[in-house]
Design a protein around this ligand. Structure first.
Ligand code: NAD
Ligand code: DAU
Length: 351
């Protein structure tokens, strides 16, 4: 029986990964370790919280002693590491949180795994979840492949790049059995509404302005979160030790185009006059160090492990909008309190 530690399982992607593993593998014991920062929300896992193979641990990965003790108590044999500070804008205003959680926190987990697995590395796996942002920015053509040189530009992506290097260093130096994946932008249910797609949906709902950074010409490659979770399942089980896999949707959109599409779909859903949401679009000051374009070549994952995304974007974005409209109490809950202060600070600066 596997004992799997999933970190950051109360967050956006983590909650989809925890649900998939708990439901698909009743024989595994799944331990969801999360600090429950503003981005962590146990309501994301209400439907599975009473399953006998699910356990929640509230802990901070920056606390190395606590992490060691948890390994001592539970003797995890695998780690799927998603816990991170994940929002680029927050990393620009407060980089230190990103250095602590994303770098120091990752090293604490690596140290605990190394310490407790050193005598028997058989059947062990340390799976580090990373991002395409470590590769930097593309021009108008080309794709990120697994061998693209790292060139991060924000404190967030630099902290993730640093953690990727450390994971590889523990593989090369201590033979820790690791695997890494770098994924493009995710969208779907349960994403914290500081990120572009849920922010736009929520602002349209409240008739608030839709802040577009710069000219809205930056391009992102969007993948439905459940397809990322399916890729993680596959890589966890059959990915090759020491390898890296890129994950992406082959689904590039300019920000302004995706915002216009959401406006059109929201007008239909809310029975508003066609074109009324688009009037809320407001161009604001650009993000500092804003990467122009991300696009992933996921052919290694497709050819070697047989992964293909299951959902077309047109269907995924409709499902996503429906989820936020059907889960307004969830949105209202996470956008109250501290989020309002963050929102004012972040967007006042951009006016
Ligand atoms: P998220 O911000 O929604 O969730 C992060 C989770 O980590 C939260 O539950 C939070 O409480 C927890 N956490 C934060 N600091 C912690 C700490 N010190 N100790 C323990 N738990 C802590 O993030 P997400 O969007 O779900 O991203 C998850 C992972 O996937 C991250 O590593 C991110 O870099 C990576 N990633 C995200 C995307 C994306 O589009 N969102 C794409 C590629 C990779
Ligand atoms: O590429 C993977 C990354 O995708 C992940 O590693 C990050 O954790 C995740 O947050 C995401 O980063 P981005 O910076 O691409 O996502 P975000 O939703 O913040 O922004 C998407 C694009 O939209 C980006 O070009 C900035 C722009 N934007 C964003 C916000 C919040 C706006 O124009 N207006 C906004 O208000």
């Amino acid at each position: 029986m596997k004992k799997i530690l999933i970190t950051g399982g109360a967050g956006f992607i983590g909650s989809h990964v925890v649900r998939l593993f708990v439901e698909k593998y009743p024989g595994y014991q799944i331990y969801n370790l999360d600090k429950l920062t503003y981005a962590g929300n146990l309501a994301n896992l209400k439907d599975i919280e009473n399953k006998p193979n699910y356990h929640f641990i509230k802990a901070d990965i920056v606390d190395g002693d606590a992490i060691m003790k948890l390994f001592e108590t539970h003797r995890f044999d695998s780690v799927v590491h998603l816990a991170a500070e994940s929002h680029v804008d927050r990393s620009i205003s407060n980089p230190m949180e990103f250095i602590l959680t994303n770098i120091v926190g990752t090293v604490n987990l690596l140290n605990a795994a190394r310490h407790y697995w050193c005598e028997n590395l058989e059947e062990k796996r340390f799976y580090h979840i990373s991002t395409d942002e470590v590769y930097g920015s593309l021009g108008e053509t080309g794709f990120f492949v697994e061998t693209t040189k790292y060139d991060p530009h924000s404190p967030y992506s630099a902290s993730k790049a640093s953690s990727d290097h450390l994971v590889r260093a523990y593989h090369d130096t201590y033979k820790l059995p690791v695997v890494i994946s770098n994924c493009s932008n995710n969208y779907g249910p349960n994403q914290f509404p500081e990120k572009l797609i849920p922010l736009i949906i929520n602002n349209i709902r409240h008739n608030k302005s839709l802040p577009v950074y710069g000219k809205g010409e930056n391009v992102r490659d969007w993948l439905y979160v459940v397809d990322h979770a399916r890729a993680i399942d596959l890589i966890f089980h059959i990915g090759i030790d020491g390898e890296t896999y890129n994950i992406g949707g082959h689904n590039e959109w300019r920000n302004i185009d995706i915002i216009r599409l959401i406006c059109k779909l929201m007008d239909e859903k809310l029975n508003r006059e066609a074109g009324s949401s688009e009037k809320l679009i407001t161009f604001v000051k650009d993000r500092a160090g804003h990467d122009l374009r991300y696009a992933i070549d996921s052919s290694k994952l497709q050819h070697e492990l047989g992964w293909v995304p299951s959902l077309q974007f047109e269907e995924g974005i409709r499902k996503t909008i429906d989820w936020y409209l059907e889960n307004q109490p969830w949105l209202d809950e996470v956008t109250s309190g501290n989020y309002l202060k963050y929102y004012e600070q972040q967007y006042d600066l951009k006016r």
